[in-house]
Design a binder for this molecule. Structure first.
Ligand code: SAM
Length: 192
């Protein structure tokens, strides 16, 4: 089913600044499965672009090789569906670069929505976010972290913190791929 209107939703997967187990700020390594799974998710739900953010040049080159294989290389002929999904990936240095590109493309400032397993300030519920996306009157950047999550400094920059996904037990350690899947379907999936 095609969207009644293209969303103005963008995704970002941040590899910096993120937290390590001790809560210190680090730069996490890019993992290929994150790129494949979240790009396919983005394609499925009509996300405009999927930004993979890392300041490390060698990591940008690694990500470029993965994307290139599936969009221009042997992978592109072997699996055109995967090519379509990975073509949504943009590899960038930092959040500022991502915001500048969206501003240029949309002529408006993207509202930043952070995600985490724990609650934060300026909470945003799914119903409110769905309504905003349906209105499609301004761009939104939904930001996922890696390692042990986005840093408090980053959360300060965000306009909202999306209500955390909660299971029905005290256990809450979803992978970023699982979290992104659940969130996107709640925001843009077909309602029964
Ligand atoms: N507990 C850390 C956290 O959620 O910040 C673990 C990080 S997890 C490995 C990587 C990313 O998945 C998080 O930065 C967040 O974007 C997303 N995530 C994980 N659990 C989530 C949840 N319960 N609700 C929303 N997003 C979640």
């Amino acid at each position: 089913l095609r969207h009644s209107h293209p969303t103005k939703l963008y995704l970002a997967l941040l590899h910096h600044p993120v937290k390590n187990k001790a809560g210190e700020q680090i730069t996490a390594a890019i993992t290929s499965i994150d790129l494949h799974d979240i790009a396919r998710l983005a394609k499925t739900y009509g996300v405009v672009g999927f930004y993979v953010v890392t300041p490390l040049i060698d990591q940008q080159e690694l990500a470029g090789k993965i994307v290139g294989h599936w969009t221009d290389g042997a992978g592109a002929t072997y699996n055109p569906d995967r090519k379509e999904a990975l073509s949504l990936i943009y590899i960038r240095d930092d959040l500022e670069q991502v915001l500048a590109e969206i501003r240029h493309r949309e002529g408006a400032e993207a509202r930043i929505v952070a995600t985490s397993a724990s609650n934060g300030r300026r909470p945003l519920g799914y119903r409110g976010f769905r309504k905003a996306l349906d209105a499609a009157d301004q761009p939104y950047l939904l930001v996922f972290g890696t390692a042990w999550g986005l840093t408090p400094d980053f959360m300060e920059k965000a306009d909202f913190m999306l209500e955390p996904i909660k299971g029905n037990t005290g256990y809450n350690h979803l992978s970023v791929r699982s979290a992104a899947s659940i969130i996107l379907d709640r925001l843009l999936g077909q309602r029964e």
